[in-house]
Design a protein around this ligand. Sequence first.
Ligand code: UD1
Length: 417
Amino acid sequence: MEKIVIQGGRRLSGKVEIAGSKNAALPIMAASILAPGKSVLANVPALRDVSTMKQMLETLGASVSLDAGTLTIDAAGCDSFEAPYELVRTMRASVYVLGPLLARFKRARVSLPGGCAWGPRPVDLHLSAMRELGAEVDIEHGYIVASAEKLKGREIHFEISSVGATGNAMMAACLAEGRTVLRNAACEPEIEALAAFLTKMGANISGAGTTVIAIEGVRELKPAQDSVIPDRIEAGTYMVAAAITAGTVRVANCIPAHCVSVISKLAEAGVQVMQSDSELIVSASRRPESVAITTAPYPGFPTDMQAQMMALMCVAEGTSVFVENIYRDRFTHVPELRRMNADIKVEGNVATVRGMPALGSAQVMATDLRASAALILAGLIADGRTEVSRIYHIDRGYERIEKKLSALGAEIWREEA
Ligand code: UD1
């Protein structure tokens, strides 16, 4: 097993290129199985979750090749409709194949993902959306077993805004008979990107990016070509890296409009952020001010940036309060940050962080993807040598993070544990 080692105390400066978005690439890869033939996707990030989805598509019978960030998926040979436990348990986003399988084969057998480090993470909304579209859905021996003679367009109202359920329902509805309207749909840029890809495939979708998405079913879809949008969470993480080290970083290849809530919280904390069409220049010269963070669906503050922002607030002037509204237990980074002298109290879904002038280095353990990013960020300013173990989590969602950070001047490397 590998670990990341950081010798803290370097100010970051320079330019970092943001990779394609993991959370946009995964559903688009799943969508490619809706049409027999070759779909091509550029700007695909080199991440473990992408490899897992590639393996999933291959298990379903597609042939998939990856060449310098361009993925070619030939879904002509798809002949299986079973997503096995071995793959789904390593990546919950595997459940994205449910909608496309049901739409194309009228049947799907997809392992239930189970819980994760910070809670149960149900898929009930995915299942009820499939049922509303006319599928019979049962749970058998840990698998979602779904079938339909045909899918029929419907009005579906989501009780909770869910990125995954919105994406799954949208993919299934593309080949349903008639009109589907998704209400309280997720507005995330990744949903807009999925809708754009489906539209290139010949789907008829309007309203993506708002809370009401309408889909007119079509008889068939064709393969398409697209390029993955930049990863707004990776961009946000490097913005915090600049802020926490009181450095200056050009975050290139991003879409600033997708990062508005993070930009405004950093600005409130006294960090300078300048933006152009595809770049953010983030600079800080002193300790940040404390800010209050409440996670919410897009365009609110993303839960996927909560841990990284908490690392920053650990060294802020004053006390900051985090309210986690999306995943109420998503605080597994807190005990690890405390090992680095952070002063954090958690009650229910609220974390109160009393900023300290400095953090101490320690041996810490990554518990999930964004928690590992937070520990690395804390390590950048801790005095001395921080070791972050279990970093396989970080490779799920950050491309070569230690290389990108060392190019910015951090003293960081990977070692065998
Ligand atoms: C996606 C992202 C993840 C991010 C999350 C919230 C991907 C691959 N992952 O996850 O990084 O943290 O959005 O922005 O894009 N819920 C239910 N029932 C369901 C589905 C969800 O109750 O059937 C709840 C969840 O427990 C959570 C909320 O809805 O409280 C939002 O979750 P959702 O948007 O579905 O998250 P994911 O799509 O799994």
